[in-house]
Design a protein around this ligand. Structure first.
Ligand code: NI
Length: 172
């Protein structure tokens, strides 16, 4: 059992803009630890605090390399995340969301982004991401703004069983 329950549509918290974090105390540390474990158990590659019913601007992302599934994954925790720069070049990709089970959508996203924010201790953070990692960050920052992939998708559909199993574990 994951430490926190993942809320799903139509829960209204998914539609609200989350609040800035200014207290980096024990409660935030517990939230972040719980989010990381919940993401791993789901399994997923990203999670935003509103998805565990907490209206704060916190995201976690854990992702390896697309071209090498054996490569170690990298864990990112970003508090008060913002997409600071986004490439005008976009690419279409298939997205799912732990809060919208059984649906996927084709979404155009910037190929590369720069994410700024703070780490779990409040120190400034800047991450340059491209390709899938850039997509995951755009999806998670949308979450803390109350935006879901279905709002941006050019097509939303129920995947075929084999497509779905291929997609499992890539939700965000
Ligand atoms: Ni999501």
């Amino acid at each position: 059992m994951p430490p926190r329950e993942i809320v799903t549509l139509p829960n209204e918290i998914l539609r609200r803009k989350a609040r800035d974090v200014d207290d980096f105390g024990p409660e935030l540390q517990t939230l972040i630890d719980d989010m990381i474990e919940t993401m791993r158990v789901a399994p997923g590659v990203g999670l935003a605090a509103p998805q565990v019913d907490v209206p704060l601007r916190v995201i976690v992302v854990e992702f390896g390399r697309e071209d090498d599934p054996e490569a170690p994954k990298k864990l990112y925790t970003v508090v008060n995340p913002e997409i600071r720069r986004a490439s005008s070049e976009e690419v279409e990709g298939l997205e799912g969301c732990l809060s919208i089970p059984e649906l996927v959508g084709e979404v155009d996203r910037s190929v590369a982004v720069t994410v700024t924010g703070q780490n779990r201790h409040g120190q400034p953070l800047k991450i340059k991401a491209k390709d899938w990692l850039a997509r995951i960050f755009q999806h998670e920052v949308d979450h803390v703004n109350g935006v879901l992939f279905v709002d941006r998708a050019t097509r939303v559909f129920v995947p075929e069983p084999e497509e779905f199993s291929e997609h499992q574990g890539t939700e965000v």
